[in-house]
Design a protein around this ligand. Structure first.
Ligand code: BTN
Length: 325
C-alpha cells in the first residue's frame, strides 16, 4: 500500500478511527498502524487521540493530477506532453535527466511530493519535505546550443514571479541569477541542468523549487533567510495545485518563446523585479570576488556590474551574489 492510499483519508485534518481507516481500505488494523508509522517516517505529524482516532493536524494539501490539468490554460495544455506526480524521488531534476537518457522527453513535467536528495545550486541540498512545497522539473529542447540559453534561468524567474502574482500573492523580487525572494528572504530557487550538444540540440531540465508551507522542523537545514507562500499570503494561501497550474501556465509558453526570442523581450520585466538594482554587491566567482554596483542585466541576462574600471558583464553559472557589507 503506498503512502498516498491512506493519506487522502487524513488529508482534511479530521479525526479518523483506526477501524474506519481499515474498513475504507479493506485492510487490517495492523496494516493501518504500519501505514501510519510510514507517514510519520515521511515527517508528517500524526496525532492520535484515544476514542477519536488519528489525524494530521491542519490537514495536508496533496498534489492532484486532475486538479492541475483542469485549471491549466489552453496554451500550457497544448505544450505539456505529460505531467507526472511522483510520491518520493531523489530529485525531480535527476529523474528528468534519467527520462532524457531513455529517449525523447521534451515537454514532460515531473513533480513529487518529496525529494530525498533535492538539488540546489552550487552543490547544495534543497530541503524538500513531504507534501509541503513544490518541486517541479520541466524538460525542454532547444536547437541553438548552450550559449543561446544564457538568460534562460532569469526568464524562468520572471515566469515564477508572474505565477505567484496570478495566485494573488504580493509582489516578489528576483535576485540575479535565479533566486525568488520576498523581503530579502528566499521563497524559491531555480536550477537548470543541460545535456546534449553544446553547440546544437540540447535538452534542458528547468527545476523550480517553491517553499509553500515549510515546516519549521525541516527548515533547520536551510542556511539562509527563507520564507514560504503561507507566510506571505495576505488573502489566504493558494493550494499547491493552484500554484502548480499557475506556474505551468506561465512557464511553458515562456520556454517555447525563448527558442525564438531569447531573453531580450523579458529584460524589462526582469529589471522591474530586480532585488539588488543600484546596490553595492560582491559577486563570488570560482576564480575571484568582484565588487561593484549592480546595474541590472543586459539583453543576454548577464549582470551589469559597475566597477571602478567601468561596467562589466558577469555571466551566471557557478556564481553567487551578496550584498556588500
Ligand atoms: C537553488 O539552489 O536556489 C535552486 C533550487 C532548485 C530546487 C528545485 S526543486 C525541483 C528541482 N529538483 C531539484 O533537485 N532541484 C530543483
Amino acid at each position: 500500500m503506498p503512502s498516498t492510499v491512506l493519506l487522502p483519508l487524513l488529508a482534511q485534518g479530521e479525526f479518523c478511527s483506526g477501524q474506519a481507516l481499515a474498513d475504507a481500505l479493506g485492510v487490517s488494523r495492523t496494516a493501518v498502524w504500519k501505514q501510519l508509522n510510514k507517514l510519520s517516517e515521511l515527517g508528517l505529524e500524526i496525532e492520535s487521540v484515544k476514542g477519536r482516532g488519528y489525524r494530521i493536524p491542519g490537514g495536508i494539501d496533496l498534489l492532484d493530477q486532475a486538479a492541475v490539468t483542469d485549471s491549466l490554460g489552453a496554451q500550457a495544455c497544448a505544450l505539456m506532453r505529460t505531467l507526472d506526480i511522483l510520491d518520493t524521488v531523489d530529485s525531480t531534476n535527476a529523474e528528468a535527466m534519467r527520462r532524457i537518457e531513455l529517449g525523447d522527453a521534451a515537454g514532460r513535467v515531473i513533480t513529487a511530493e518529496q525529494q530525498s536528495a533535492g538539488r540546489g545550486r552550487r552543490g547544495r541540498q534543497w530541503v524538500s519535505p513531504y507534501a509541503r512545497n513544490l518541486y517541479v522539473s520541466v524538460v525542454w529542447q532547444y536547437h541553438q546550443g548552450a550559449a543561446a540559453l544564457e538568460g534562460l534561468s532569469l526568464a524562468v524567474g520572471v515566469a515564477v514571479a508572474r505565477a505567484l502574482a496570478d495566485c494573488g500573492l504580493p509582489p516578489v523580487q528576483l535576485k540575479w541569477p535565479n533566486d525568488v525572494l520576498f523581503n530579502g528572504a528566499k521563497l524559491g530557487g531555480i536550477l537548470l541542468e543541460m545535456t546534449g550538444d553544446a553547440s546544437g540540440v540540447c535538452q534542458v531540465v528547468v527545476g523550480v523549487g517553491l517553499n509553500v508551507r515549510m515546516p519549521q522542523g525541516a527548515a533547520t537545514g536551510i542556511d539562509q533567510a527563507w520564507t514560504d507562500v503561507h507566510s506571505i499570503a495576505t488573502d489566504g494561501a493558494p493550494s499547491r495545485n493552484t500554484l502548480l497550474a499557475a506556474l505551468l501556465d506561465n512557464l511553458l509558453p515562456l520556454l517555447a518563446e525563448f527558442e525564438t526570442n531569447g531573453f531580450a523581450p523579458l529584460r524589462d520585466a526582469w529589471q522591474k523585479l530586480d532585488a539588488f538594482s543600484g546596490e553595492r554587491v560582491v559577486v563570488h566567482t570560482p576564480g575571484r570576488d568582484l565588487a561593484g554596483i549592480a546595474r541590472g542585466v543586459d539583453e543576454r541576462g548577464a549582470l551589469q556590474l559597475e566597477t571602478t574600471t567601468g561596467v562589466q558583464p558577469v555571466f551566471g553559472g557557478e556564481v553567487s551574489l551578496r550584498r556588500a557589507v
